[in-house]
Design a protein around this ligand. Sequence first.
Ligand code: NAD
Length: 434
Amino acid sequence: MKLCMIGTGYVGLVSGTCFADIGNQVICVDKDKNKIENLNLGKSPIYEPGLDELIKKNFSAKRLIFTTDLKKAITTSDIIFICVGTPSKKGSSKVDLSFVFKCVKEILRYTKRKKILVTKSTVPVGTGDQIEKILKKKKKLFNVISNPEFLREGEAIRDFRYPDRIVIGSDDTKIFNTMKKLYAPLINKGSKYFTTTRRGAELIKYASNAFLATKITFINEIANLCEKSGVPVEDISLGIGSDSRIGSRFLRAGPPYGGSCFPKDTKGLVHAAEKFNVNLSVVKSVIQSNNNRVTLLINRIHKILGKNIKNKKISFLGVTFKPNTDDMRDSSSLKMIPYLSKKGAKLNYYDPSGPKKEFSKIKNCFFKNNIKETCKNTDLIILLTEWDEFKSIDFKRLFNNKKLKIFDLRNIYNIIDMKRNKIKYYSVGRPDIN
Ligand code: NAD
């Protein structure tokens, strides 16, 4: 099939490349000239395991094209996927749909024959109806449908190839067969093909993200109780997660949820519900609890290092919101590092995805090239992101620092090992080793 992906970010680039890999002709368009130039030189703008190789393979096979020429991309395609960002509006919980609507207006300008117009971007319930309003008189030329994306950064290719479900929302049931053909290679490998109304698909995406955010926030609050009551939070996760009605995933205590989706989607869902006069009080309190969590972690840092942290050396291992991605959007490091710098701490950080422009202007904050340099003579190591290379560090051999303190926000180290090595060790929802 001939496909066009508008927006070549995490979703558009990964899904476009994977669609090409299952035999489709795909044009990826972006308004960012630099991004497209780099892609045409074989350089991916994002860090995503396995993506570079897959882009090269499909680019060489001429199934995958990168362009800024929207007109050409639209006129030559049968199915157009909108994959642009849907962030929160500045200072508001409302979803900024301006990128989506701008795309729709451009699509309208260049369309002369029938097309399927798919929103892959996460959009509030009722957005498809608004898109149809923009299309006005040419509405009959389009089937406006919703096909939300569920891939996770860091595991995006696997998630695209083996999704738990493919959700297609349309009020015209004839479209379901066409979309089923497009996704047949994945459905044949066992992925569930689920059809619903357009509004249904739009809401499924928001409800999924809000539910997962709720699970994380729930276990984070339980971890607070575990710390006070002396119960290891992993026992609780295992004990409740073994109940198939609850499920074991997303029950790992740690920092507040972050990333490009959960924070904005929980807020967007609350706002969308208010438009229908519905009060989503559970989601609201999840947002509140998550916002409070950075303060809680900062208080623990003060508990470990004392009230005055001026000139204390603090080393961050990992600053992205999760491993295997370079995405910094809403990572808790964006709040913790500036706070600690303001209090006079001296900060080093290392992240396998490289230095971050977000910290380039932060006082006394430096990127180091490896774990050893980052943690040299440090007062406290903060493990923020659980990249694989941090999982088996031999702290005792590497640092020979008798006063070594570690604050492990992901609970990746073994308490007994830390005790044996006489390392002062603090984690989340588990007893401190002082
Ligand atoms: P992104 O910011 O990485 O990419 C968006 C791209 O769209 C940018 O490259 C931007 O230049 C381009 N763009 C914006 N307006 C354009 C226009 N008019 N014409 C051409 N290009 C344009 O965003 P993302 O992370 O890929 O997210 C896209 C959507 O998918 C969002 O709605 C998001 O919520 C949703 N989503 C994201 C993820 C994820 O893990 N990142 C997962 C599932 C769903």
